[in-house]
Design a protein around this ligand. Structure first.
Ligand SMILES: CC(=O)N[C@H]1[C@@H](OP(=O)(O)OP(=O)(O)OC[C@H]2O[C@@H](n3ccc(=O)[nH]c3=O)[C@H](O)[C@@H]2O)O[C@H](CO)[C@@H](O)[C@@H]1O[C@H](C)C(=O)N[C@@H](C)C(=O)N[C@H](CCC(=O)O)C(=O)O
Ligand SMILES: Nc1ncnc2c1ncn2[C@@H]1O[C@H](COP(=O)(O)OP(=O)(O)OP(=O)(O)O)[C@@H](O)[C@H]1O
Ligand SMILES: N[C@H](CCC[C@H](N)C(=O)O)C(=O)O
Ligand SMILES: [Mg+2]
Length: 493
């Protein structure tokens, strides 16, 4: 594509160089630059893309999007386009490069602290009954044909547009997409036209990145200014109520869902079973009974959000009911680890206070014996949630084992120390086992039939990040191994 075409709709401060050149690709990482490409210099949190211009030139870049003035030799051989914010500019350029594929897709964006992966997974399962459907989220990206493992919940704008483009090439009609607050704050979804936006909830998380909860909520609200068909808001949630008030005057219609509110989509007669939930659904035009084979009140909320979107997209209720009744569930979300010992072992991605409280409350509904919880907190992430999660783990479990999550570049013992600040030291119903594998083994060793072992925080992750290295680590695998080892040694005694 010609460079002058690539920069349409860009707010440009200055141009230095020839615009009538062919650009074969666009990149934000110098290590991936190819011949005749445009390199976008991002000022990041760890590094600054402007530092890599020379590397990019060596690899064949011919044009650069910059926000700082630069001083290099042979500048005249290249084109420099200066803007105030290269991340914002990158989103526009990415849309131009891929000819804004989201315009020919129905993109359903889901934001909120918890429930995004669950909702997008259900949406993909239902919408696929109607037409080819793509998925973008924490666990993986599906372009309608192939599936790859995700690096982030919401990809950087260039990657995102390229996935949308693949979806179009694979005849997708819909895309169910998680939209993280980071992606909204960092313009990864700039220029994307969403059909529908769904808001799940706003609770404590990511306060390392956002200044405060208000800032976090404002980032999430941005999604609902980018939608054309409908916005769907959980108004049982305090943050949802504020967003609803802020967006109700926009031209995009707003629909609400909730259990406790007089919303457009509601659930009543809720029954919580060990393996699922059922409820009476009310939509603006009909009522019906829904069964979902995943437990927890949060499943009622998540499926209300899903059903609202499907209703707006005119998906018939029989299809929705059938999928929800038979859903295989979501990897690492309240995943019951089947075993021959009759133990109830659950792997769950609860890494926020609200999620942890929800899964432990859900376990309480059906546990016949003790609740044994294994939980840690991630390093280089929100520190304020650590003592709260420690406190919830202790208060909602009979035995809690405080351990490591992904320590990243922090000391695991210091992270645990932060969690212990929320724990009542006079109560001996907790223990600290820093090594996560040992902690899981201990939990399984302590468990009897009728107890629930809740392994929280890492869900689908099959790695543990220590320092900057990712080691293979899978809670499910370790739990199964522990059950095998410990129970077979018990029989041999
Ligand atoms: C805080 C954050 O979001 N950081 C993201 C951000 O990194 P950054 O701005 O710090 O980039 P940087 O490392 O300083 O580098 C600056 C620039 O120099 C470039 N560079 C760097 C080195 C080099 O040799 N050559 C080169 O060109 C980089 O490619 C980059 O363009 O931009 C990078 C490129 O897109 C992302 O990979 C990175 O995500 C990191 C890995 C991350 O952990 N992000 C998490 C916090 C995140 O985004 N989470 C959300 C929410 C999760 C959820 O709740 O579901 C998500 O959407 O995943
Ligand atoms: N609606 C909900 N409200 C509160 N907690 C929930 C809800 N749905 C799921 N959870 C809990 O939160 C955890 C994460 O759920 P899910 O992966 O669907 O959320 P997410 O928003 O995608 O999270 P992330 O931001 O990490 O991608 C689940 O494992 C479960 O413990
Ligand atoms: N999307 C979340 C995932 C946290 C998962 C948890 N296991 C951790 O590493 O803290 C984040 O990036 O904050
Ligand atoms: Mg997710």
């Amino acid at each position: 594509m010609k460079l002058y075409k690539l920069i349409e709709n860009l707010n440009i401060m200055s141009i230095d160089g020839n615009m009538d050149i062919d650009i074969s690709d666009i990149h934000y990482d110098s290590r991936l630059v190819t011949q005749n490409s445009l390199f976008i210099c991002i000022k990041g949190f760890n590094s600054d893309g402007h530092k890599y211009i020379k590397n990019a030139i060596e690899k064949g870049a011919k044009a650069f999007l910059i926000q700082d003035d630069i001083d290099i030799e042979a500048k005249g051989n290249f084109t420099f386009i200066k803007v105030t914010d290269t991340r914002e500019g990158m989103a526009t350029i990415a849309c131009n490069f891929y000819k804004n594929p989201a315009n020919t897709l129905e993109v359903i964006g889901v934001t909120g602290t918890n429930g995004k992966t669950s909702i997008t997974t259900f949406l993909k399962q239902i919408l696929s009954k109607r037409a080819q459907t793509g998925l973008i989220g924490t666990i993986n990206i599906n372009d309608g044909k192939n599936e790859i493992i995700s690096k982030n919940t919401t990809p950087e704008s260039i990657d995102l547009q390229s996935y949308f483009n693949d979806m179009i090439n694979n005849n997708c009609k819909y895309c169910a997409m998680e939209v993280s607050s980071h992606s909204l704050a960092l313009n990864r979804v700039g220029s994307v036209n969403f059909s529908i936006g769904i808001f799940t909830n706003l609770t404590e998380d990511h306060l390392d990145f956002h200044k405060n909860l208000e800032d976090y909520r404002n980032a999430k609200e941005k999604l609902f200014h980018k939608t054309s068909i409908a916005n769907i808001i959980n108004i049982d949630d305090e943050g949802g109520k504020v967003i609803f008030d802020n967006i109700k005057k926009l031209s995009t219609p707003v629909y609400t869902y909730g259990i406790n509110s007089d919303a457009d989509f509601t659930a009543s007669e809720i029954k919580l079973y060990p393996n699922g939930v059922s409820y009476k659904l009310k939509t603006p035009t009909y009522t019906d009974y829904i069964y979902v084979n995943i437990p927890g009140k949060f499943t009622v909320y998540n499926t209300l959000g899903v059903i609202s979107a499907c209703y707006i997209l005119n998906i018939d209720i029989e299809t929705i009911k059938d999928v929800l009744k038979n859903t295989p569930g979501v990897k690492g979300r309240f995943e019951n680890i089947k075993n021959d010992e009759g133990l109830t072992v659950i792997v769950d991605y609860a890494h926020t206070p609200d999620a942890l409280e929800n899964v432990l409350n859900t376990s309480k509904e059906f546990v016949k014996g003790k609740i044994i919880t294994v939980v840690g907190c991630g390093g280089d992430r929100d520190k304020t949630k650590r003592p709260i999660m420690g406190k919830i783990a202790q208060q909602k479990s009979d035995i809690s084992i405080i351990t490591s999550d992904n320590p990243r570049t922090e000391s695991p013992s210091l992270i645990i120390k932060d969690m212990l600040k929320g724990i009542d030291m006079d109560n001996d119903n907790f223990m600290v086992i820093e090594d996560r594998k040992e902690a899981i083994y201990k939990a399984i060793e302590l468990a009897n039939v009728g107890d629930v072992v809740m392994i929280a925080g890492k869900g689908h992750e099959n790695y543990q990040i220590v320092g900057t290295t990712k080691h293979h680590f899978d809670d499910k695998e370790i739990a199964l191994e522990a059950i095998d080892v410990l129970k077979s040694s018990a029989y041999n005694i």
